[in-house]
Design a protein around this ligand. Structure first.
Ligand code: MF3
Ligand code: CO
Length: 253
């Protein structure tokens, strides 16, 4: 069952998503050479306080493992769920993926983006541009009457010409009072397949795209996913509301 949010619940979702977007916006300005990923995590904690929300990642449990960070910060070949570290210093040329998931008055807002630090290799720059373009194409397909597969297919169509590796082991998802609700939203698939989209669904659409292979390996911390070939990865995400009038991006500041 895919949850349809009531008008009242949508008020809560709008507020949570706006807060998530403000935190991510402010955090992106702090991604400069010399900052550590632990420093970004601590800054995010402060920004969440300022914007009236708290981390939904901190204390999140998967497979009996508790997530220690306040955001996910994944550098270069790290795909998702990287944990801030005091020994990881950001350098010119890095790709830094920031995933900000907040809770405000019981509702979750989820958004992510990859930041380029200074001059980045052209192929990695293209990867980021194309991943963001794929997200926007996926969002455009999130219309009432369409199906989940239409979102998946729209994302895949943007990425296929570039020969990228589309990550399969992580997918987009419904979002609401819980971070992960039905449906799962793969970033590849067949148009016209899957559950029907209805007005009132709130969806986190999030292509994770690798410059090389789609395959990932898990780090020994149990959380950090990195590319199997060591090539860079990008991640863009918005929380979107399906309406009769079309998709509405909720994670705007
Ligand atoms: N946006 C990520 C996701 O949907 C956030 C995960 S938070 C963590 O999976 F706690 F699981 F790391
Ligand atoms: Co998400």
């Amino acid at each position: 069952m895919i949850d349809l949010k009531s008008t009242e619940e949508l008020g809560g979702m709008r507020a949570a998503c706006a807060a998530a977007a403000r935190v991510l916006r402010d955090l992106c300005t702090l991604v400069v050479p010399g900052v550590t990923t632990a420093g970004l995590d601590q800054a995010a904690k402060g920004l969440m306080l300022r914007h009236g929300c708290e981390s939904a990642c901190h204390g999140y449990v998967v497979n009996r493992l508790t997530y220690p960070g306040h955001i996910c910060v994944s550098v270069n070949d790290e795909v998702v769920h990287g944990i801030g570290s005091a020994s990881r210093v950001i350098c010119e040329g890095d790709l830094v993926s920031l995933d900000v998931v907040v809770r405000r008055e019981g509702f979750i807002g989820d958004n992510a983006r990859t930041v380029l630090v200074g001059g980045v290799a052209p192929a990695a720059r293209r990867l980021c541009q194309d991943t963001e373009r794929a997200l926007l194409a996926g969002i455009a397909a999130a219309r009432a009457g369409n199906r989940v597969g239409d979102i998946s297919s729209a994302i895949q169509s943007v990425l296929t010409p570039g020969g990228y590796g589309i990550v399969r082991d992580f997918v987009g998802h419904g979002v609401g009072r819980k971070m992960h609700e039905e449906p799962q939203i793969p970033n590849f698939g067949k148009a016209g397949s899957g559950p029907k989209l209805l007005s009132g669904m709130t969806l986190a659409i999030e292509p994770m795209v690798n410059l090389g292979t789609h395959k990932i390996v898990m780090a020994s911390d149990g959380w950090t996913a990195r590319t199997a070939d060591g090539k860079p990865s990008a991640h863009f995400e918005h929380t979107v509301l399906v309406t009769e009038e079309g998709p509405e991006i909720l994670t705007l500041p």
